[in-house]
Ligand binder design. Sequence first.
Ligand SMILES: [Zn+2]
Length: 254
Amino acid sequence: MRLTPLPAFSDNYIWLLDEDDARLVVDPGDAAPVLAACEADGRAPLAILLTHHHDDHVGGVPALLARWPGLPVYGPADPRIAGVDHPVGDGDRVGIGPWRFDVLAVPGHTVSHIAFHGSGLLFCGDTLFSLGCGRLFEGTPRDMLGSLDRLAALPAQTLVCCGHEYTLANAAFARVVDPDNPALRRRQEEAIAMRDRGLPTLPTTLGSERDGNPFLRIDVPAVRAAVAAHAPGAADDRIEAFAGLRRWKDGFRA
Ligand SMILES: [Zn+2]
């Protein structure tokens, strides 16, 4: 199995997954990098997976369908996404080539956001990032926390394939929230070294995120205390604490 994050726009990743002669494309916001990669190695995708309707995740679909007519497109049942001929939702199981994925509804960033989990991989779009989580454009804090709780319960070795290279900015905020967490400090140092060498910091592992990502650590006393100090009164309730942490990040500038 080979997993390739194709950079797109300023900080997106389009994921290519290969096994033998099978290939999947996940969240092609732009067709050009996908067409270039497929041209370069003479391989064509078996299908496209989409996590949510934002243009930087789906914008390349029409051009890819023009290149490969009839290519199956799996995504949320959401009229805002053109080209989905296999709408899927929570509890569905998708089988493509050698892969099997469970579909999880993960509302929060958008209301119809889904994630694909299987073969040790998690394609989670803009729900979970390394050391962060997506902004709440359409869902509530309760929605997003419920989604992150579900993702956090997956096996520790799961490779987390996120939609953006946000790790360094997320690390700067996470260190303010949780400064005495050695796992977080190590992850930040590792990410800085990777970016210095021009490498993606992704995929990450779910175990690493459980150890370092403050949005998965809302029940850890140090994280709860930091939120309470920043927004007094918010810490008693875990959803309020999560909401306070997300608002704090929204206003944070490193
Ligand atoms: Zn998005």
